[in-house]
Design a protein around this ligand. Structure first.
Ligand code: UDP
Ligand code: MG
Length: 149
């Protein structure tokens, strides 16, 4: 089963949206495999967003991500990488549909509340950046038999 990396960014934590985000992923039936509140270092943020290093928004992005704690999560589920991206909505909340997290709670691309991996490969990389192997838990998730045929 696929895994993805989800992170409530500092604005999402400060605005009290952590529960709302977890609620949506739980209700969808995605299995929580990892969860922690962390202060992201410049080094960690640089690894996470290495693909954007040359972009004009990069310094602001690093300042934002390191400005206050974030909640890092791993969820597992059927096609969870793409499904989670749908739940997040477009990168710019102004373009994100109502019903998506960014569409419902954001206004500004520089304060878009939440991160989600954009491919299975980046999920693997990002999970390795933020989590030790032992922090991704294996356990029986009882709803599974009610979620999958
Ligand atoms: N970002 C920004 N300005 C931009 C583009 C991106 O501040 O013009 C930030 C925003 O926080 C975004 C992150 O950089 O979520 C990563 O950008 P990406 O294009 O990978 O969007 P995402 O994958 O997060 O939807
Ligand atoms: Mg991205």
């Amino acid at each position: 089963m696929e895994k993805t990396f989800i992170m409530v960014k500092p604005d999402g934590v400060q605005r009290g949206l952590v529960g709302e985000v977890i609620k949506r992923f739980e209700a969808k039936g995605f299995k929580m495999r990892g969860l922690k509140l962390i202060q992201v270092s410049e080094e960690l943020a640089g690894q996470h967003y290495a693909e954007h290093k040359e972009r004009p928004f990069f310094p602001g992005l690093i300042a934002y991500i390191t400005s206050a704690p974030v909640v890092a999560m791993c969820f597992e589920g059927k096609n969870v990488v793409a499904e989670a991206r749908k739940m997040l909505g477009a990168t710019n909340p102004a373009d994100a549909a109502p019903g998506t997290i960014r569409g419902d709670f954001g206004q500004d691309i520089g304060r878009n509340i939440i991160h989600g991996s954009d491919s299975v490969e980046s999920a693997e990389t990002e999970l390795a950046v933020y989590f030790d192997k032992a922090e991704i838990l294996e356990y029986d998730y009882l709803p599974s038999k009610w979620l999958f045929e």
